[in-house]
Ligand binder design. Structure first.
Ligand code: NAD
Ligand code: UDP
Length: 308
């Protein structure tokens, strides 16, 4: 049994992670400022004696004796991280420094939830971990992308300079139950629009690609990474790649929806393509995603149907 701090534990991915860590018999401290997370997501754990909920913002110092830290605190959807861009970058820099300071003080192992956004609008396809990326430092996505890049730098420097035991995973587009209704990312937007027979809003012409990973697969990979000796960065994602138009058509089919597809302007710096090379995760973690897009979408559609 370990005492594990999960920052951002009331969010989409964090809530699944808390559940899995509790199931495995660990003590979990879920720390969250509830900017995008919700009590609803962690409701099933509130009466578990091994679960503790702390309302706290990681841009302020936090002290606890823990063995592991999973640092997930950070809004992840473009509308949410752009809502208060300065706060987003503070979360990735001041917040990560606070968590690294905590890891150093109590000799905890710390895993940073980094992102495929560190590759920006990638010129190498699929993306391998040794690719340094193509990121606009002054655009509307920069508060998130550059924040996450700086967070990786801080992780590596605390490791080299202070011997902090680190792990870095670069998460590619992940979806599943517990995504917020107002999340604004493509999976929740399209499913909700389809279920309500509202127009499906494709940004741009729909030729941009993404690769979608079901949340259960991602959690397997994150836990394997924490337990492995590899510090990373390691890509975690599903390598099956779809255009956004193909994705919209699949959602329409699986929901039996009467919605029409409409086209809206493409936001600036929206990456044209994204697909993880997961060779390193296969080799180091013996990990590969198992859930197909159709199977994962059906579970996510069921979740949103019950929610609305
Ligand atoms: P989410 O928005 O659902 O969860 C983020 C959680 O962090 C929320 O509960 C939010 O309230 C909390 N939070 C935000 N700022 C905080 C702060 N300053 N202090 C304390 N708590 C704070 O997003 P998610 O999809 O679950 O993403 C979780 C992590 O995984 C993020 O770090 C994100 O960058 C990373 N990630 C996610 C994806 C994805 O596709 N879901 C892809 C790449 C990386
Ligand atoms: N997108 C879209 N319609 C929406 C929401 C998103 O066409 O209602 C597009 C978006 O422009 C991007 C892709 O879907 O090209 C994935 O967007 P998301 O916000 O989910 O994540 P990103 O990978 O861009 O961070």
């Amino acid at each position: 049994m370990k005492r594990i701090l999960v920052t951002g534990g009331a969010g989409f991915i964090g809530s699944h992670l808390c559940g899995r860590l509790l199931e495995a018999g660990n003590e979990v401290i879920c720390l969250d400022n509830f900017f995008t997370g919700s009590r609803q997501n962690i409701y099933p754990y509130l009466n578990n004696p091994n679960f503790e909920l702390v309302r706290h913002d990681i841009t302020k110092e936090y002290f606890a004796e823990v063995d592991y830290i999973y640092n997930l605190a950070c809004p992840a959807s473009p509308p949410h991280y752009q809502y208060n861009a300065i706060k987003t970058i503070k979360t990735s820099i001041l917040g990560v420094m606070n968590m690294l300071g905590l890891a150093k003080r109590c000799k905890a192992r710390i895993l940073q939830a980094s992102t495929s956004e560190v590759y920006g609008n990638p010129k190498i396809h699929p993306q391998t971990e040794d690719y340094w990326g193509n990121v606009n430092p002054i655009g509307i996505r920069s508060c998130y992308d550059e924040g996450k890049r700086c967070a990786e730098t801080l992780m590596m420097d605390y490791h080299r300079q202070n011997n902090v035991d680190i792990r870095i995973v670069r998460i590619f587009n992940t979806y599943g139950p517990n995504m917020a209704q107002n999340d604004g990312r493509v999976v929740s937007n399209f499913i909700l629009q389809a279920l309500k027979d509202e127009d499906i809003t494709i940004y741009g012409d729909g030729s941009q690609t993404r690769s979608f990973c079901y949340v259960d697969d991602l959690i397997d990979g994150m836990i394997k990474m924490m337990e492995s000796s590899c510090i990373g960065p390691v890509n975690l994602g599903n390598p099956s790649e779809f255009t956004i138009l193909e994705f919209a058509k699949l959602v329409l089919k699986l929901t039996n929806s009467k919605s029409n597809i409409v086209y809206k302007p493409l936001p600036s710096d929206d990456p044209e393509q994204r697909k993880p090379d997961i060779t390193l995760a296969c080799k180091e973690l013996d990990w590969a995603p198992k859930v197909s897009l159709e199977e994962g979408l059906l579970k996510t559609i069921k979740y949103f149907k019950e929610l609305i």
